[in-house]
Write a protein that binds this ligand. Structure first.
Ligand code: PAF
Length: 257
């Protein structure tokens, strides 16, 4: 069995995970659970898009055999008091910006992996830190499920697919490909031979500063295994960023070879 854990509001990014799972497993189980414990901001939890009927249709069309849509009480019954917390990997970037977020993610993913007992579980590379943290957790806890990483799926204009994109206004949506452009600008500097990580971070900041609708939260050029900020890029690295368009927070990343 292949497990595709989701929070619903399924888009092409999710269907690529389901299709990959379908190509590698006899049975594909998709879970849809908007996990309250991973939202550090309750208004973000309330505003998170939900459309179960449409999601179930998308799952079927992409090759899922089973859809698991538990209630909050089923996942966290009365008396629940366990938290799964990964260490240093959860501290920078998303962890610094969203206190408690990764504890919520690792707690629910540990529950879902344990319940499903799947051979493989599929996660998107857009949430690069989440992927690293989940891999670490599964390894540390001896969870046998293989964690499979799947590439970012983008709109034709370069915006990474995200359930949050549908909350952007028309003007914000038109401006949102700036994330991709900022990553591409840094990537171009890297391809031209630049190895000073601060110069790469600065080129992302400069590109973002041209767009008045965007409020950058962080830009990063980090070690892809530890997520510590680099001074020089001497091997593989991860460029990443989080920005806000009003109340909508978007992330994106680009690995450097
Ligand atoms: O990436 C997501 O959609 C969520 O963080 C996940 C992995 C389904 C856990 O709730």
């Amino acid at each position: 069995m292949g497990l595709v854990p989701t929070m619903g509001a399924l888009h092409e990014g999710h269907t690529s995970l389901i299709r990959k799972a379908h190509s590698e497993n006899a049975t594909v189980l998709v879970s849809i659970f908007v996990n309250p414990r991973q939202f550090n901001d309750s208004s973000d939890f309330e505003a998170y898009p939900r459309d179960e009927a449409a999601d179930v249709r998308v799952c079927g069309a992409a090759g899922a055999n089973l859809v698991f849509i538990p209630s909050v009480e089923e996942i966290y019954p009365d008396g629940f008091q366990t938290t799964v917390r990964v260490g240093a990997l959860t501290e920078p970037l998303e962890g610094a910006a969203r206190p408690g977020h990764f504890e919520g993610v690792t707690t629910v993913v540990a529950i879902l992996l344990t319940l499903a007992g799947a051979e493989r579980a599929y996660f998107g590379q857009k949430d690069a830190q989440q992927l690293l943290v989940i891999r670490r957790m599964a390894g540390d806890l001896g969870i046998a499920t293989k964690i499979v990483a799947c590439p970012i799926v983008r709109e034709p204009d370069g915006l990474a697919m995200s359930s949050r994109n549908m909350r952007l206004t028309a003007a914000q949506r038109a401006a949102a490909p700036i994330l991709r452009r900022a990553l591409s600008a840094a990537r171009a500097r890297y391809d031209a031979g630049e190895r000073d990580a601060e110069v790469l971070r600065a080129s992302m900041r400069i590109t973002l500063s041209a767009e008045p609708l965007v409020a950058p939260e962080y830009v990063s050029c980090a070690d892809p295994d530890t997520l510590r900020e680099l001074e020089r890029v001497a091997g593989p690295a991860l460029l990443s960023m989080a920005v806000r368009f009003g109340a909508v927070r978007l992330i994106d990343n680009e690995p450097l070879p």
